[in-house]
Design a protein around this ligand. Structure first.
Ligand code: ADP
Length: 339
């Protein structure tokens, strides 16, 4: 538009947008944009008035650029736009950019971050670190054993915080999605055995028996660290959401039509029916039957789903509350790599 607000040129997207948003009477070239805005009624009218003020501010040079984010809902669709005004020589350029996707993503993430469980998950290890450091400061050299015990607790709490913060970063910044896969030959049996060896102290402490049944020469092409993360999370969960005397079975099955299935089965707590579909959502933690008493952040499965998706696969779960769960990671058959 020119300095008086008269529209000089529009694009086709503007004509559609104007028609949808109550600007009456096209074609618009030659009309005064500010007058058009002033004739909009209702809630949109209040936004339009604010926008006119912004346009005038840019026109008069009071500011170089003006932006307004506003909702623009139709009965069947919720949308958000950003109106942007800036100077171009003697003229002004006005853009209305559809930011619905970014806006939805932003509200989703800020909603998650506001969840009190997350704050609690960060605060409890942090309180342990501060509390045990304070107590230890009061001990003399003769209490070195107590100090060492407290250092162990502080170390564990620090580890817990670090893994939570790393997981948050992975989800919130979408690192998992943007990272490229480092495709290499992965010996699946060795990978799964290695994970179970690492988790053995936890399994022993909880008195859960873990059995791995994978053919020795079972290899596939994939990102080793990504797959390690996925299976460590699934096997770790199968141990964690279990009872004393319980069991976990890990197996891999190849079938030319289905592809590679890695199955992690447990006879632990199981998941209530109405929550099974939600457990892959970031920060979702199922409740009932003692599930909520286990420590966790609700991020592991969301990351697993992303990583397996990047491998062209999918994760499924079947669960019976009180009896146990079976997680199946299915990878495409072209990923097999058997010599
Ligand atoms: P976290 O274990 O840190 O809470 P996850 O994303 O790994 O997060 O899992 C999400 C939720 O799914 C868990 O909080 C738990 O309620 C449920 N869940 C995951 N694995 C199992 C399992 N093997 N048995 C029962 N519940 C499980």
């Amino acid at each position: 538009m020119d300095r008086q607000g008269v529209i000089v040129v529009t694009n086709a997207a503007w004509d559609r947008f104007a028609a949808e948003n109550g600007y009456q009477g096209g074609p618009f070239v030659g009309c005064n944009y500010l007058e058009l805005c002033r004739h909009i009624d209702g809630v949109e009218g209040a936004q339009a008035t604010a926008f006119v003020q912004g346009v005038e501010d840019v026109m008069s040079g009071r500011c170089a650029k003006y932006e307004l984010t506003y909702p623009c809902h139709s009965p069947d669709q919720k949308r958000w736009f950003k109106g942007i005004v800036y100077k171009s020589g003697d003229d002004l350029i006005v853009m209305h950019v559809d930011i619905t996707e970014e806006y939805a993503e932003f509200s989703r993430l800020s909603g998650f971050l506001a969840r009190t469980e997350l704050i609690h998950d960060l605060r409890s290890p942090l309180s342990a670190i501060i509390g045990f450091a304070e107590i230890s400061r009061g001990y003399g050299a003769d209490r070195i054993d107590r100090i060492k015990d407290n250092l162990e607790i502080i170390h564990e709490a620090g580890d817990q915080m670090l893994s939570l913060v790393n997981n948050i970063l992975t989800v919130v910044l979408g690192i998992a999605r943007s990272e490229n896969l480092n495709e290499v030959r992965v010996d699946l049996g060795a990978l799964l055995q290695g994970i179970c060896r690492q988790l053995a102290p936890v399994a022993d402490k909880s008195k859960v028996a873990v059995t791995v049944d994978v053919q020795d020469d079972f290899a596939l092409i994939g990102d080793r660290e990504g797959l390690r993360k996925v299976f460590a999370n699934l096997i770790g969960n199968a141990i964690k959401y279990n009872r004393s005397g319980g069991a976990v079975w890990v197996e891999a099955v190849y079938n030319a039509s289905n592809g590679i299935d890695v199955v992690v089965r447990d006879n632990g707590l199981g998941i209530p029916d109405d929550q099974v579909d939600k457990i892959f959502e970031p920060f979702y933690r199922a409740k009932g039957g003692g599930l909520e008493q286990r420590e966790g952040s609700g991020l592991g499965l969301a990351i697993c789903r992303d990583l397996i998706g990047m491998h062209g696969g999918a994760i499924q779960v079947e669960s019976t509350f009180g009896e146990g769960s079976t997680f199946t990671v299915r990878l495409p058959s072209w990923r097999t790599q058997n010599d």
